[in-house]
Write a protein that binds this ligand. Structure first.
Ligand SMILES: [Zn+2]
Ligand SMILES: [Zn+2]
Length: 292
């Protein structure tokens, strides 16, 4: 198997492209895919100040690496969740990566910000709580430090499994909000997903191809069982018919999403913290009260 570009021994075969690439040309292929996604969906403007949320895992690590190659206006942020060895390894990986990318890194400790770490949450839905806390704090930091966009490492498989979940539960509201970006509204900073068209498997290969040291362990509290099943099902479809995942997201964005009812969400400021919410008190403030 030879690289379709330079004829050197290939590192990977990309079946849906019917092409093989060496490490160098695979990296180029992924980088141009991300660049095209950013251009097509107008995710980044020249005067944007972008905060890249980096966990230390493969997706966000690859995202920081690629964005730092393409733009000068990126700063990395890492939330130390206080999950023992897992958080220690994650923090080390992110420090190493930001040096490699020559990007400023901001590290925030959850314990310092809210008074508790993730293992101290004694709720059944700890994973959901963690996701909510991370989203809230990233937004708060971005707003207070003058960033106007938050880039997150959601990949194609994440997005598709979320779509499948919405379809199965009939959650039209959530479904209509799916897409590669959200707009900034008041104190709610817009989020962008530059890896929107990148397969999860490609992000792992990309990290290996360019030499990014990412954390391979998943969070010990992770309970993504349902999502993992959807991802497996999508893998099976992709296996039988390469390119299905890309077709799925393309037809969703182009043909299905425009048919969904567009509901303007009314946002107001939370009575407790002043950040945007749909009710009187935001779900973060409610959650923190329950935890404490
Ligand atoms: Zn090559
Ligand atoms: Zn609040």
């Amino acid at each position: 198997m030879k690289c379709s570009v330079c004829k050197k021994p290939a590192f990977v075969k990309v079946r849906y492209m019917k092409k093989s690439y060496c490490k160098e040309h695979f990296a180029q292929f992924i980088e141009s895919k991300v660049k095209n996604t950013i251009e097509k969906f107008k995710l980044i403007d020249e005067d944007d100040k972008i905060l890249v949320a980096v966990s230390g895992g493969k997706d966000s690590s690859a995202l920081l690496y690629i964005l730092s190659k393409l733009f000068n206006n990126v700063v990395a942020i890492h939330l130390d969740l206080g999950i023992g060895e897992f958080s220690r390894k994650s923090k080390e990986a992110v420090k190493e990566l930001s040096k490699l990318c020559n990007v400023e890194l901001k590290i925030y400790k959850l314990k310092d910000m809210v008074g508790f770490s993730i293992p101290e949450i004694k709720l059944e839905r700890r994973c959901g709580a963690c996701g909510l806390i991370k989203r809230y704090l990233l937004n708060k930091i971005a707003y207070e430090e003058g960033f106007n966009k938050i880039a997150v490492g959601h990949n194609l498989d994440d997005e598709l499994s979320f779509i499948v979940n919405c379809l199965i539960s009939g959650d039209i509201k959530q479904l209509s909000r799916i897409g590669p970006k959200t707009q900034t509204k008041g104190k709610l900073i817009g989020r962008i997903k530059p890896l929107y068209k990148c397969y999860e498997s490609e992000m792992k290969l990309y990290c290996d191809a360019v030499g990014i040291n990412y954390v391979k362990e998943i969070c010990p509290f992770s309970k993504g069982a349902k999502q993992a099943v959807y991802k497996k099902a999508l893998d099976l479809i992709e296996e039988k018919s390469p390119g299905s995942k890309l077709s799925f997201i393309n037809s969703f964005i182009k043909k299905i999403k425009p048919l969904l009812p567009k509901e303007e969400v009314k946002l107001n400021e939370c009575k407790e913290c002043g950040f945007m919410t749909t009710s009187d008190v935001c779900s973060f403030c409610k959650l923190v009260k329950r935890i404490k």
